[in-house]
Write a protein that binds this ligand. Structure first.
Ligand SMILES: Nc1nc2c(c(=O)[nH]1)N[C@H]1C(S)=C(S)[C@@H](COP(=O)(O)O)O[C@H]1N2
Ligand SMILES: [Mo]
Length: 412
């Protein structure tokens, strides 16, 4: 039994795991030999608190192939990148594909994939995280970092010349699915008799869509993206075209993008106004009020990734992302917080949108179970909140959980 446990814990062995330490001055992952100074093998310890598997039917639409213990490359390989879809998987072909830009614009356009690929190519390194990540016990790997390539969104928008009242940009995906619009009092053409559950639902087929203001859409790093880590976008990641909006949570990065529409006001579809809405209690002058906000920009966050043992020496490795990362601290059990060493990569893009990796030397810890957590510090006094932070606790939805992540490890 003991033997079996040990071998389970040593599956992630030396070569694959030589660490976040040696490889950070370049984007190229060096062979293991070049990263390990001598012949003492390294071993990654598996966390004791493994997340449960993703339950059916969620597992049909949410796939998280990466484990935190495997985190050894700054770019997440496409095969290890999480995938989320809410509707069907559109089967688009490059030949038939066209992007329409219309609505409140002077010059509506229909642009082929080849046209887009002829435009100046831009690249951005961006860590994409689903706003539901760490919101549910089984959902802890809804995050990955990739080099995205494509054409500038701002340049295309400029070419279409938005009219003065074209202030909101809606990004339409080709995917769609059945949706029940609840509480549709005031909707005409809907059912007039309640169903068996007493609901007066309007059943529709809704297309995936997200919007942002024209000013937000004009941000220079936004891409009409056709390439992920040097390969054409894989089907599940939006082939042949998706929006990449660095600095926004996953949901804003519309896959299978076929239409961009300029409108004169806020768009209030499912993924803006009903789903991916954070509902919170706020106290205003002694009175409780409820607020509803659309998931949009990322929040500062970090997490321990793994403990690596080399001989009797241990180190903790992790990542920090979601905003400017100035400092990361690590707390082991109830000990004082310790400052971790941050390793930065040279990113593509106007600003830093990628995770940083960090390391803390842990020395030779006592045998037994230990708790490890991290917190990131950003600009303007922003600190990643504790798990029981009052702001986080006031939420009644699980989105946007950037609370500190605590993991447990057993030292033999
Ligand atoms: N068209 C479309 N775009 C979409 C989605 C979707 O269901 N349909 N899911 C969104 C969500 S919630 C996330 S977290 C990211 C996930 O991107 P990935 O599957 O490439 O990792 O895609 C976003 N873009
Ligand atoms: Mo998401």
């Amino acid at each position: 039994m003991r033997q079996h446990e040990l071998s389970r814990r040593t599956v992630l062995q030396a070569g694959a795991v030589a660490g976040l330490t040696g490889m950070m001055t370049t984007n190229v992952v060096l062979p293991a030999q070049a990263r390990v100074a001598d012949h003492i093998p390294e071993e990654v310890l598996e966390w004791e608190d493994q997340p449960p598997g993703i339950p059916f039917p969620v597992s049909q639409n949410v796939v998280t192939p990466a484990t935190w213990e495997e985190l050894d490359s700054w770019h997440t390989p496409n095969s290890k990148f999480f995938k989320i879809k809410h509707y069907n998987l559109p089967a688009l072909t490059a030949e038939d594909f066209a992007l329409t830009v219309d609505g409140l614009v002077e010059h509506p356009q229909t642009i082929s994939l080849a046209d887009l690929q002829c435009r100046p190519r831009r690249e951005v390194d961006f860590t994409l995280e689903c706003s539901g990540n760490h919101g549910l016990p089984f959902f802890v790997s809804g995050i990955g970092n990739a080099r995205w390539a494509g054409a500038s969104l701002a340049a295309i928008l400029r070419r279409t010349a938005p009219k003065h009242d074209g202030v909101e940009v809606v990004f339409w995906g080709a995917d769609e699915g059945p949706v029940a619009i609840r509480d549709n009092s005031g909707v005409s053409g809907g059912p007039t008799e309640p169903d068996a559950d007493g609901n007066l639902d309007l059943l529709i087929t809704e297309q995936f869509a997200r919007s942002m203001s024209l000013a937000e859409a004009m941000q220079p790093d936004n891409l009409l993206c056709y390439e992920m880590n040097g390969s054409p976008l894989p089907a599940e990641h939006g082939y042949p075209l998706r929006l990449i909006a660095p600095g926004w949570y996953g949901v804003a990065n519309v896959k299978w993008l076929t239409r961009i529409e300029l409108r004169d006001g806020r768009y209030a579809g499912r993924f803006m106004a009903r789903d991916y809405v954070t509902i919170r209690e706020e106290n205003v002058s002694g009175k409780t009020i409820w607020t509803f906000t659309t998931v949009s920009h990322t929040r500062l966050k970090s997490a321990p990734a793994r403990v690596v043992r080399r001989g009797s020496h241990h180190r903790v490795e992790g990542a920090a992302w979601g905003g400017e990362v100035n400092r990361v601290e690590v707390q082991i059990n109830d000990d004082p917080w310790q400052r971790a060493r941050i390793r930065r990569m040279r990113s593509q893009g106007d600003k830093e949108y990628s995770w940083s990796f960090w390391t803390l030397d842990w020395g030779t810890p006592a045998a037994g179970t230990h708790r490890i957590r991290s917190r990131a510090f950003g600009d303007h006094g922003v600190i990643q909140p504790a798990e029981d932070d009052p702001y986080l606790a006031s939420r009644r939805t699980y989105w946007e959980n950037n609370g500190q992540v605590t993991r447990t490890v057993l030292i033999a």
